[in-house]
Design a protein around this ligand. Structure first.
Ligand code: PHE
Length: 338
């Protein structure tokens, strides 16, 4: 009978060795020491032990019970620690890994160019002014010497909102509004959105213009040339070649369009400049006396020049963008390049 006790201890020991988790160990405990456990049963069966061995059997039985309890406790503690290590290992944080970068927003290329243009003219003493995008036909056309039914209205494909109300087709109406409000000298630029119903690689129904106006005594075409030359060399670099080409606008007389030498082919002729070597960049001219009449300025006393340019086109040329529409799709992968 004593041999049974020793065998049992040996078996329990090997069972414990084979146990990994706390659950395994608890199962061993139940197997041997539970109410129906093997050791419990053996000890309960003490009546089957011969009388003279009973005392020794009982003593050894209790020792074994204590030993086994001790082992089980120790095994449980050890398994618990192992489990904690496992969890910690799984959750291990590598503090040397790079962090997640926050993506910063960028200033839209059109906004960058607009700011650059405004900065240049601010430096020349021009004030930046604003006007409505939904405009009276009167300011968009009539007061700019473009009467109703005049063919010049066809130059700008207009969105009509209502009778007498349009989405402004250029920022020129702002100059009329401004001149109505103040006497010369006037020195303003008006950046803003304008609308024409056009849409292809080089036209979008909404685009951005900057209009400039300078009115004072004794202003000549030489002032126009000087200021625009300075401006374009600031934007495109001091070596940029320019040419002033006679043109027509109803609100200026004489009028000139300004071309810059194509920066891609340096004047040799390529796809971007339509093989001409030149790129049209702005419209300009001396304010037509007829416009001064609308705002009650005396053309005998004052003169001035005006110019208008597309901000988006300048952004295309400056950054070598091939399709104007990319500017307005707001794909951050595109915009993040500038
Ligand atoms: N307003 C004209 C346009 O949008 C540009 C321009 C402005 C031309 C001022 C001459 C003088 O086409």
């Amino acid at each position: 009978m004593m041999g049974d006790l020793e065998d049992l201890l040996e078996k329990a020991e090997s069972d414990l060795r084979a146990s990994q988790t706390q659950d395994d160990i608890l199962a061993v405990r139940t197997k041997y020491m539970g109410r129906k456990g093997l050791l419990t049963a053996l000890l309960r069966n003490i009546t089957a032990v011969p009388q003279d061995e009973r005392a020794q059997f009982g003593k050894r039985g209790n020792e074994i019970k204590e030993t086994l309890s001790g082992w089980i406790e120790a095994a449980l503690t050890e398994a618990g620690a192992r489990r904690k290590d496992d969890v910690l290992l799984k959750q291990k944080l590598d503090a040397t890994l790079p962090g997640r970068r926050t993506r910063y927003g960028r200033i839209h290329p059109v906004t960058q160019v607009r700011k650059e243009i405004c900065d240049i003219f601010s430096g020349l003493g021009f004030t930046i002014v604003d006007g409505p995008e939904v405009e009276l036909e009167y300011y968009n056309f009539e007061a700019l010497n473009i009467p109703a039914d005049h063919p010049a209205r066809d130059m700008q494909a207009t969105f009509y909102i209502d009778d007498g109300i349009v989405l402004r087709t250029h920022t020129s109406p702002v100059q009329v509004r401004r001149m109505e409000q103040m006497r010369p000298p006037v020195r303003i630029i008006c950046p803003g959105r304008v609308y024409r119903h056009d849409s292809d690689v080089s036209h979008t129904p909404m685009f951005h213009q900057v209009e400039g106006l300078l009115v004072d005594r004794g202003i000549t075409f030489g002032d126009l040339k000087g200021i625009l030359t300075y401006f374009l060399k600031e934007v495109f670099g001091p070596d940029t070649a320019l040419r002033f080409r006679p043109s027509f606008f109803p609100f200026t007389e004489p009028s000139a369009e300004v071309d810059i030498q194509c920066m891609l082919c340096r004047g040799k002729g390529c796809r971007v400049c339509g093989q001409s070597g030149w790129i049209e960049i702005l419209g300009s001219g001396m304010v037509d006396p007829a416009v001064f009449k609308y705002v009650d300025y005396d053309p005998e006393e004052v003169s001035g020049f005006a110019f208008g340019l597309g901000i988006d086109r300048i952004a295309l040329l400056k950054y070598g963008i091939s399709d104007l529409r990319l500017l307005f799709e707001n794909d951050w992968r595109f915009l993040a390049q500038f």
